[in-house]
Design a protein around this ligand. Structure first.
Ligand code: GDD
Ligand code: MN
Length: 367
C-alpha cells in the first residue's frame, strides 16, 4: 500500500516534467517564431552593467561590449557600481580615458542595495532617446553578433524582452551545468516559440523601453531578470529566449550558495509576479498563462512530490517492503547518471530555496 503510493508520487514527479518537455519539444520547438525579424533595425541602445566587486571581469566586459557588431554611435554603456571596495571603479575610469570615442558612463551608488536597485539607477541615467535597454552581468561574454541578433527580434512590436542562450564551456568547472542548460534551454526556446518563457538569463536581457515607460519594471523583493520577463509577458508582450543569441558566463564562488539563491529568485518570481501584474492592472490573457501554470507547478509543487515519494519509500522500507528497498536502491544507483543527479540536485535547491523564502530574501549577495 505505502509502496504503491510512493511509486505513484515518483511517477508524477518525473512524469509531468518529462511529458511537458516532450510536448514542448515536438509541438512548439518545431513550430515557427511568428515574429517579424528585421536585421536592418538598428535602434539606439543603452547597456546597463551593474557591478559589485567586478575588478576581475569589468575590463573584459567593456571590451566585449565594444567589439559587438553594432553601430557604435547608437550605443551607450552605463556602469552602475555600488561603491565596490576593489578596483572596479578605477578600471572603468581608466577604460573611459583610453577610449574617448565610446559613449560610456560610470555612476557610483552611495551604498549597496543590490543588483535590481542598480538597474533602476541605470534607467534613470538614460537619455530617453533609446528604444532598447540591455541589462548584462559583468561576468558575461557575448558572441559578436549577440546584440544585433537580439535587437532584430525587437523590431516586432509584440516582442518586449529578449534573452540569450547560455553555452557553457566544457571546462567551466560546474558539474552538470551543461546538462542542466541543455534540458532547460530546449524548454525555454520551445516556450518562447509558443509565446514567452518565464525564466530569463542575467548575462543578456534586452528590453523595449516603451514597455518600461508603459508598465514599469516589477519592484518587489527579489525582482530579477526572470521577474522582468514574466511581468512583460503578463502585460501582453512576448518575452523570449532567442536560440541564436549565444552567451557565456564565468562561474565563481560557492556553487551551492549561488544555486540556492538563483532558485530563490525563481521561487519569488513564481510566487509574486502574477499577483503583482494583476494588482497593478497590467494583466492580459494569453497562451503564456498555460506555460506559467506548468512552470509554476514544476518550481513550487513538483519538488515536494520527490521529497514525499522518498519519505514514503523510507516508511515502507522500514516495514520491510522489498519493493520499497529495491526502489530506493535504484534511486541511489541512478545518481551515477549525470542528468538524473543534476535533476535531483536542482529539486533540492528549489526545496531549500522555498524554505528559506519563508525567512529571508537575498537581495544583495556575497560571493
Ligand atoms: N551595482 C550592483 N550592486 N551590482 C551588483 C550587486 C549590487 O549590490 N550585486 C550583484 N551585482 C552585479 C554583479 O556585479 C554582476 O554584474 C551581476 O550583478 C550578477 O551578479 P553575480 O554575482 O554575477 O550573480 P550570479 O551570476 O551568481 O547571478 C545569477 O543569478 C542572479 C539571480 O540570483 C545571474 O543570472 C544574475 O543575472 C541573476 O540576477
Ligand atoms: Mn554571475
Amino acid at each position: 500500500m505505502l509502496d504503491s503510493l510512493a511509486l505513484l508520487l515518483a511517477a508524477a514527479h518525473f512524469g509531468v516534467p518529462l511529458t511537458y518537455y516532450w510536448y514542448a519539444k515536438t509541438r512548439w520547438l518545431t513550430g515557427p517564431w511568428k515574429i517579424q525579424v528585421d536585421t536592418n533595425f538598428t535602434p539606439n541602445i543603452a547597456i546597463i552593467v551593474p557591478t559589485y566587486r567586478e575588478g576581475e571581469f569589468i575590463e573584459r566586459r567593456l571590451t566585449n561590449i565594444m567589439e559587438q557588431d553594432y553601430p557604435k554611435d547608437k550605443l551607450e554603456v552605463i556602469v552602475v557600481d555600488s561603491i565596490s571596495d576593489d578596483a572596479t571603479a578605477d578600471i572603468v575610469k581608466n577604460w573611459i580615458r583610453r577610449n574617448p570615442d565610446t559613449r560610456i558612463r560610470l555612476t557610483v551608488d552611495s551604498e549597496r542595495k543590490g543588483k535590481m536597485h542598480a538597474l533602476h539607477l541605470g534607467l534613470q541615467e538614460m537619455s530617453g532617446r533609446e528604444e532598447v535597454v540591455v541589462f548584462t552581468d559583468a561576468d558575461a561574454v557575448w558572441e559578436r553578433k549577440a546584440l544585433s541578433k537580439a535587437v532584430s527580434y525587437l523590431c516586432d512590436q509584440t516582442v518586449g524582452v529578449v534573452t540569450g542562450t547560455i553555452a557553457y564551456a566544457e571546462n567551466s568547472g560546474v558539474i552538470g551545468e551543461g546538462v542542466y542548460r541543455g534540458f532547460y534551454n530546449t524548454l525555454r526556446i520551445a516556450e518562447s516559440k509558443r509565446h514567452s518563457t518565464p525564466v530569463h538569463n542575467g548575462p543578456f536581457q534586452a528590453v523595449r523601453t516603451k514597455l518600461i515607460r508603459e508598465v514599469g519594471m516589477p519592484s518587489f523583493e527579489g525582482s530579477e531578470d526572470s521577474a522582468i520577463a514574466s511581468f512583460a509577458a503578463f502585460a501582453g508582450y512576448r518575452a523570449i529566449q532567442a536560440d541564436d543569441v549565444m552567451l557565456q558566463e564565468f562561474v565563481r564562488g560557492s556553487q551551492m550558495r549561488r544555486k540556492v539563491r538563483r532558485a530563490q529568485h525563481l521561487i519569488l518570481n513564481f510566487l509574486r509576479t502574477k499577483g503583482y501584474a494583476k494588482r497593478i492592472r497590467h494583466f492580459v490573457k494569453s497562451p503564456f498563462e498555460t506555460i506559467w501554470r506548468i512552470e509554476w507547478y514544476m518550481h513550487i509543487i513538483n519538488p515536494w512530490l520527490l521529497m514525499a515519494s522518498i519519505l514514503t519509500f523510507l516508511a515502507a522500507a522500514a516495514s520491510h517492503s522489498t519493493i520499497a528497498i529495491a526502489s530506493l536502491m535504484i534511486g541511489l544507483l541512478l545518481l551515477a547518471a549525470k542528468p538524473y543527479r543534476v535533476w535531483v540536485l536542482q529539486q533540492t535547491y528549489l526545496l531549500i530555496a522555498q524554505l528559506m523564502t519563508l525567512r529571508t530574501q537575498e537581495v544583495a549577495w556575497g560571493r
